[in-house]
Design a protein around this ligand. Structure first.
Ligand code: RP5
Length: 192
């Protein structure tokens, strides 16, 4: 008879104190659930940055779906995905793009689910054009724009977690533990 291995995933501070424990069974359940967060990027080349968001979502046990879809190369498939992922229950969409960074705004035009935009430095202007395109949405169709690159991608996932944690107490506790672990890291830093 096949047996399922159930191990524990844990987060500890630098002194070995456990801050957060989750069984692999509940982690796998989270990952097989319908996505609460949709992550979309304009090109596979953007994944180097957007992986920072995906890693945080995995760490916090947030069900998500990540796709490559472009506002200008695959507009019909993009709209179809937005409709499907939100119909399945996604409550936040993270959209990362570099060149002609209209992806987040175009998605926001099609849904009332909050859209978090991550500018990517894949352009000759090092992402400054992407940042300005994303942050300067005309009044009426908002996107929330994060920092350029990996810090923005990671913060987009944390911001998504904060939104979801408003109505999910267990996620709130996981997020609080994650934040406490980061504080502990700072407190344990020593200077030469
Ligand atoms: C945008 O143009 C993508 O978001 C990417 O950042 C950039 C370059 O895309 P590739 O030429 O690498 O596919 O559409």
């Amino acid at each position: 008879m096949a047996q399922t291995l159930n191990v524990q995933l844990s987060i500890a501070d630098g002194s070995g104190n456990l801050l957060f424990v989750m069984s692999s069974a509940s982690y796998n359940r989270c990952m097989s659930e319908r996505p609460l967060v949709g992550v979309v990027m304009g090109s596979k080349s953007d994944y180097e940055v957007l992986s920072a968001a995906v890693e945080i979502l995995k760490t916090l046990g947030i069900a998500h779906e990540a796709r490559v879809l472009s506002a200008h190369r695959t507009p019909d498939q993009l709209f179809e995905w937005v409709e499907n992922v939100t119909a399945q229950g996604a409550r936040v969409i993270i959209a990362g793009a570099g060149g002609a960074a209209h992806l987040a705004g175009v998605i926001a035009a099609k849904t009332l689910v909050p859209v978090l935009a991550v500018p990517i430095a894949s352009t000759p202007l090092n992402g400054l054009d992407s940042l300005l395109a994303m942050v300067q949405m005309p009044k009426g169709v908002p996107v929330a724009t994060l920092a350029i690159g990996k810090p923005g991608a990671a913060n987009a996932a944390l911001f998504a977690a904060e939104i979801l944690a408003l109505s999910d107490k267990e996620l709130y506790l996981r997020l609080a533990a994650w934040r406490a672990a980061r504080a502990q890291e700072v407190l344990e830093q020593t200077l030469p």
